[in-house]
Design a protein around this ligand. Structure first.
Ligand code: SF4
Ligand code: SF4
Length: 476
C-alpha cells in the first residue's frame, strides 16, 4: 500500500508505513532544536503543520521548547477564536447497539446495563429540560442498531428536536454522532438540517482497531475510516473527527488523525470542522486499568497544543469526561468548544429536571465535570472567556469550504464576536443566576468596545437592548 492523501482507500490515506516512518523521523530528529524551531516558526504563521512535523513536536522532550509550543498554541487560539468558548450538550437517544466495542458499556454483550430508547414524547421532555438549562446546540448520540435505531428514527428525532419551542428556548443546531453509514443516509441527514456529522475513529491503528471492535458492523476498519468520504459525498461538508485516547499508542493516533485531516483537505478542499480529544473513562463493565495506553495529563495537554498548531482553523472540543482542572488547562491550549451539565444517560436530563437520580446504569461513561451549566458559564466568565451559544454559521449557509475560507482570512471573527455576545445576553436574560448575570453583563460591556467596526457595534448595541426587551435569535 502506498501513501496517498487523495486516495479513497482507508489504508492509503491512513497509511501504516507512512505513520511508522513519521514516528521514526520524529525519533531521529528529537534533539534537533534548530529544526523544531523552524517548525514552530511555521506554526506561528498559522500555516498548519504536516503530520511529520507534528510527530516531531510530540517526540520533543525539551521543556523550554514544550513551553514555547504551549505559548504558541494559546496565541494562535486567541488569534482565531479570541476568548470565546462555544457551549453544547450531548443528547443520548438510545443505547441499543449491536457492536462489540470492548471499551464501551453499550456493547451488545453487556447484560448489566439498562437498555433504553427514547420515544418522540420522551425526546420532547429531554429537549425541554435542555432548553431550560440554556442549551442551543446539541450533539445527538445513538448506538448502532438497524432495528432499534434505524435512520428513520434518527431523522424523526431531529425533526422533533428542531420543532420544540419552550418559553424562549430553542435548539438551533443539532450535530449528529451516529455510526458510519451510507451516502444515501448522509444525504438524508443533510436534508434534515444537521450541523456537523461527528464520528470518532477510536483508533487509527488497524490491528488495534480490529481487536477493540471484535464483532458487529463497526469491525470493518475501511468502512468506518472512509465514513467521512461518504458523508462528504452525501453533501455534509462539516465533519468532526476524534480518537479515543487510551485505546492505542497516542503517537500513532496523533499522526493518524492529522493524516485524516490532510486527506479531507487534499480530496475535498476542506479539513475537519472539529477535532475532539476524548480520553478513556471508567463506565459500567469498563475498567480503565485494562487499557495500558491511558494518557497522562501532561501528554494530553501536549496533544491538544500540537493539534492547535497543526490545524489552526479547526474547532477543538473537550467534554465533561475531563475534570474542571484539566479543562481549565486545555482551554488555554486551543480548545474552542466544551460541553456543560452533560448527561451521558438515555433520558438523563428529564430525570434530573424532575429531581430523580440519573439512571446511572444507562450511562455511556462517568462524567468528571458535573457542574451545572450556570456554574460552568460563571467559571468561564470569571476567567474572562465569553461563553457563546452561537449556532449562526450553518443557518446562514456558512459551511464547508465557504466557512473555512472565512476562517482562514480571519473574517469569521466579525461574526463570532457579536454572535457570542448576543447569545450570551440571551442566556443571561433567560437562565442565569443573579451572580452570573452580573458578571456576564459587565463582560458584555467590556467586550462590545472591542468590536472594531462602528456600524457592527451599533447594531449589536441595538440588538442587546431588544434582547433585554424579549426579542430573540439575532445573528450575523
Ligand atoms: S462505541 Fe458506539 S458502536 Fe461501540 S458499543 Fe458503544 S455505542 Fe455501540
Ligand atoms: S459565527 Fe459561526 S464560527 Fe462563529 S461561533 Fe457562530 S457558528 Fe461558530
Amino acid at each position: 500500500m502506498n501513501y496517498d492523501p487523495k486516495s479513497s482507500k482507508a489504508e492509503e490515506f491512513i497509511n501504516h508505513e507512512e505513520i511508522l516512518e513519521s514516528l521514526e523521523y520524529a525519533k531521529q530528529n528529537k534533539y534537533n532544536k534548530e529544526l523544531i524551531e523552524v517548525i514552530l516558526d511555521k506554526a506561528n504563521m498559522a500555516k498548519g503543520l504536516t503530520h511529520r512535523e507534528a510527530a516531531l513536536l510530540l517526540e520533543c522532550e525539551d521543556e523550554k521548547l514544550i513551553q514555547k509550543m504551549f505559548k504558541l498554541a494559546e496565541d494562535l487560539k486567541k488569534r482565531f477564536y479570541g476568548n470565546r468558548i462555544v457551549m453544547f450538550a450531548p443528547l443520548y437517544l438510545s443505547n441499543y447497539c449491536i457492536n462489540g466495542c470492548v471499551y464501551c458499556p453499550y456493547h451488545l454483550k453487556n447484560k448489566d446495563i439498562a437498555r433504553k430508547k427514547l420515544t418522540q414524547e420522551e425526546i420532547k421532555k429531554e429537549v425541554i429540560a435542555l432548553q431550560d438549562l440554556g442549551h442551543k446546540r446539541l450533539a445527538l448520540e445513538a448506538g448502532e442498531d438497524p432495528i432499534n435505531n434505524p435512520i428513520e428514527y434518527i431523522l424523526e428525532s431531529i425533526k422533533t428536536i428542531y420543532s420544540i419551542k419552550h418559553k424562549n428556548g430553542a435548539i438551533r443546531r443539532v450535530n449528529v454522532n451516529i455510526a458510519a453509514t451510507t451516502v444515501d443516509n448522509y444525504q438524508k441527514l443533510k436534508e434534515a438540517g444537521i450541523g456537523t456529522y461527528i464520528l470518532f475513529q477510536e483508533t487509527y491503528n488497524k490491528v488495534a482497531y480490529e481487536k477493540l471492535h471484535p464483532t458487529g458492523p463497526k469491525h470493518d476498519y475501511a468502512y468506518h475510516t472512509e465514513a467521512m468520504d461518504r458523508a462528504m459525498e452525501g453533501g455534509i461538508d462539516d465533519v468532526g473527527l476524534g480518537v479515543l485516547y487510551g485505546l492505542s499508542t497516542y503517537k500513532y493516533e496523533l499522526v493518524g488523525i492529522l493524516m485524516h485531516a490532510e486527506h479531507l483537505e487534499a480530496k475535498y478542499g476542506v479539513g475537519p470542522h472539529t477535532i475532539s480529544v476524548p480520553r478513556l473513562r471508567p463506565a459500567n463493565d469498563i475498567d480503565v486499568s485494562d487499557f495500558p495506553e491511558a494518557l497522562s495529563d501532561d501528554i494530553f495537554q501536549k496533544i491538544v497544543a500540537i493539534i492547535r498548531l497543526a490545524v489552526p482553523y479547526t474547532g477543538m472540543i473537550v467534554s465533561t469526561r475531563e475534570s474542571q482542572k484539566t479543562r481549565e488547562k486545555v482551554l488555554h491550549l486551543g480548545i474552542s468548544q466544551i460541553s456543560g451539565a452533560s448527561s451521558t444517560s438515555v433520558g438523563g436530563y428529564d430525570d434530573r429536571a424532575k429531581g430523580l437520580k440519573e439512571e446511572i446504569t444507562s450511562a455511556q461513561f462517568d462524567v468528571d465535570d458535573d457542574r451545572t451549566l450556570d456554574e460552568i458559564v460563571n467559571w468561564l466568565l470569571e476567567m474572562d472567556y465569553i461563553p457563546s451559544f452561537c449556532t449562526a454559521c450553518y443557518r446562514e449557509g456558512r459551511t464547508g469550504d465557504r466557512f473555512m475560507s472565512l476562517c482562514k482570512n480571519g473574517q469569521i471573527a466579525n461574526c463570532c464576536q457579536p454572535n457570542a455576545l448576543m447569545t450570551l445576553k440571551e442566556y443571561l436574560e433567560d437562565y442565569a443566576s443573579n451572580n452570573t448575570k452580573e458578571i456576564g453583563e459587565n463582560l458584555i460591556l467590556n467586550e462590545i468596545k472591542k468590536i472594531p467596526k462602528d456600524k457592527v457595534r451599533e447594531i449589536v448595541e441595538d440588538r442587546l437592548v431588544k434582547i433585554a426587551d424579549g426579542e430573540r435569535d439575532f445573528r450575523f
